[in-house]
Design a protein around this ligand. Sequence first.
Ligand code: DOR
Ligand code: ZN
Ligand code: ZN
Length: 435
Amino acid sequence: MATWILNALFASGTNDALETKHIKVVDGKIAELANGSASPDTAGCEIIDATGKLISLGFIDMHVHLREPGFEHKETIASGTRSAAKGGFTTIACMPNTRPVTDTPDTVKFILDKAETEGVVNVLPYAAITKNELGRELTDFAALKEAGAIGFTDDGVGVQNAQMMKDAMTLAKSLDMPVIAHCEDDSLVVGAAVTEGAFSRKHGLKGIPNESEAIHVGRDILLSEATGVHYHVCHVSTEQSIRLIKLGKSIGVNVTAEVCPHHLVLSDEDIPDSMDANWKMNPPLRTPRDVEACIKALEEGTIDIIVTDHAPHSAEEKAKGMERAPFGIVGFETAFPLLYTKFVKTGRWTLEFLLRRMTSDPARVFRLASGKLEPGAPADLVLLDLENEREVNPETFLTQGRNTPFAGWKLYGWPALTMVNGQVVWTEENGITQG
Ligand code: DOR
Ligand code: ZN
Ligand code: ZN
């Protein structure tokens, strides 16, 4: 069965000139891109009328928490992938801080099987660097790769021991696999919930210093230089980390980096005095100076990609308040509208730039088959409504999590339809249409 997506708007060049295109999808792949002036033969084909909507490759999110197995009260593979689809994401890479930790081939296979039977988008699992993410003993990298893991990370915690990280990188390099790191030196952060900055000072709270992130970034760039491994830095949030990544790149180290929407649009000065834990995540919201450094680093390519770090928690857990609640906010269903509204509508970024950092750049960094809007590529696509302003309402989220600081924000750029491997999985009109 073939499908024609007709009259879609297409951001073709760096000047954001919008062209009209018709796109034919056959057997889960993009088969043809026709100019808007053409009248394609649609006899016997399914038709999707995309008039007035922008078409893009589906977003790729290389850092998410799906919580299954073990924390199904926060999220499941079913609910998390539905939330991703609603946010326009077609491929997501899930972190191994599950219960059990994703540190055996069986758990990797469990996630892949569940994603196949219950998920609605492509799911790529990461496996842990160390058993149980305890930092003591490496996992079986070869067996985990064989089972389908796409990289190694202890996200949620930093690998504290430098020799352990070096051994991990040496082994990952021998298997041509990347090491992805949550950078946090535990000796510099004990029991703090927010960054060291205006908010922590005002409320007499202990702060998480910028160096706790940057010290690991610097260490790991040196270890990546020594081992040659592809080293990817998670959720960069500080000016100091950026300085080090820039230096690493300039001398040819195989280092890449990601940043989250919340670190681009919020600083610690935005946290309400009510100490609402929906503003608590790790790394924390940093100072306005760090925010501007992150934006610039993404613009100039020191930071390569945007990820959400979608981290759902239950309402009860988040109700414990700023100091006791777990770190993390949900991200799928607000990511594109936030960035489109804050950076593209304001004229700071082109649409093409934002889309690239959420689609082809993650595909390039992680060598994925998707990430190209051309014949032969997987038909992972999203239609976006750039015209209508809508308010963020957590009650309408498909994620089980309601933990967002963006409730009530008025945004543009809402997804209207998401297609994964040629199947429409979600539409604005009908919700989830698959699975
Ligand atoms: O905010 C965060 N949430 N940061 C992390 O590193 C872990 C994550 C989680 O698992 O909730
Ligand atoms: Zn992390
Ligand atoms: Zn994370």
